[in-house]
Design a binder for this molecule. Structure first.
Ligand code: XMP
Length: 325
């Protein structure tokens, strides 16, 4: 396996403004397939497949480019939403899908870490080490990633290390990292997804950060907190499914005193985050009727015994970011 040292992933992009829209989906798809073909040559590539729209689009493009020489890798970090690993298996199981159960590894690596950027770096680093392991087993020299333009801009701007850019280690053993979507915004990726015939549940899927639920837990990540935020997320997603939005989710932001059945409890605080946005660079909380908010608070505290309090986050981006870390 060759050792190559690169300084920055996702650097070779043209600076673009929001006005420049992908001119033609068909042409984009053709060129992306061609780029992958040229870069991978007769080699093999692995692709980081999470089941989100970006990595799914990349997987289909790469499959069209190099067929069976593509090895999609799904890493079960233990930080995914409910049912996600199972759905990926169902949708992409016909490809050479490699499924890595890395739950214990991620929880161990995250032990004691409270700094948000360090958390992102730890997750990014572990992801790449796992991909390298799989690549070595399968003799693949290339890594394909679904990095999109805003990931690169936010990481370069020092706002946060998006998992597949700033959170990506500087040293890796791949011959090259290929990022076919590096010049696209999310709405353009969705357009490509529809063009490629991916199911709606993927093309219209809400964005989900690479480090997963880890960045929706303020402070140390533990399996218990992940389970709590996963269950709360399911309730928020269910209740807000008919609301137009960019994203709606739950985050675990601390602890507070409460009373359940006459007994004092010291439980978790869940924040509901639901925003509208065009490209994730700015965002506004959506208006949710009071009865709906109340219902979510009662369901979350009622169905999840560890939760003592629910709040609705009404901060736009800026000054807040969409995710908590
Ligand atoms: P923030 O929190 O920076 O998020 O306002 C903007 C958008 O990006 C998503 N996000 C990520 N996506 N890897 C990703 O692929 C990441 O590390 C990551 N962090 C945030 C976030 O969900 C929102 O839609």
């Amino acid at each position: 396996m060759k050792l190559k040292i690169k300084l920055k992933v996702g650097r070779n992009i043209r600076k673009r403004t929001r006005k420049v829209i992908m001119v033609n989906v068909e042409k984009f798809v053709e060129e992306a397939i061609q780029e992958i073909k040229e870069k991978v040559g007769e080699g093999k590539a692995i692709i980081a497949l999470s089941g989100g729209v970006d990595s799914s689009v990349c997987t289909v493009l790469a499959y069209k480019a190099i067929g069976e020489r593509l090895i999609p890798v799904f890493v079960d970090t233990g930080l995914m939403r409910e049912g996600e690993p199972e759905r990926v298996r169902e949708i992409f199981g016909k490809m050479n899908l490699v499924f890595v159960d890395a739950k214990d590894e991620f929880f161990k690596a995250l032990e004691g870490i409270i700094d948000p950027e360090e958390k992102r770096k730890v997750v990014g680093e572990l992801f790449v080490r796992i991909f390298e392991r799989v690549a070595e087993e399968h003799k693949a020299d290339y890594l394909i990633q679904g990095t999109i333009y805003p990931d690169i801009i936010e990481s370069q701007g020092g706002i946060k290390s998006h998992h597949n850019v700033g959170g990506f280690p500087l040293h890796y053993t791949f011959q090259d990292v290929i990022e076919p979507l590096r010049e696209l915004y999310k709405d353009e990726v969705r357009e490509v997804a529809r063009y490629l015939g991916l199911p709606d549940e993927i093309s219209e899927r809400m964005p989900f950060p690479g480090p997963g639920l880890a960045v929706r837990i303020v402070g140390e990540v533990t399996p218990e907190k992940v389970e709590v935020v996963r269950r709360a997320t399911k309730i928020v997603e269910d209740e807000l499914k008919d609301y137009p939005k960019w994203q709606a989710f739950a985050a675990l932001i601390g602890k507070a005193t409460g009373v359940k059945g006459d007994i004092r409890v010291y439980g978790y605080i869940i924040a509901i985050r639901a925003v509208e946005s065009r490209d994730g660079m700015t965002a506004d909380p959506i208006q949710i009727d009071y009865e709906k908010l109340r219902k979510m608070a009662l369901r979350i505290t009622g169905e999840i015994p560890e939760v003592a309090r629910v709040v609705y986050d009404i901060t736009p981006k800026p000054p807040a970011t969409i995710e908590y870390e």
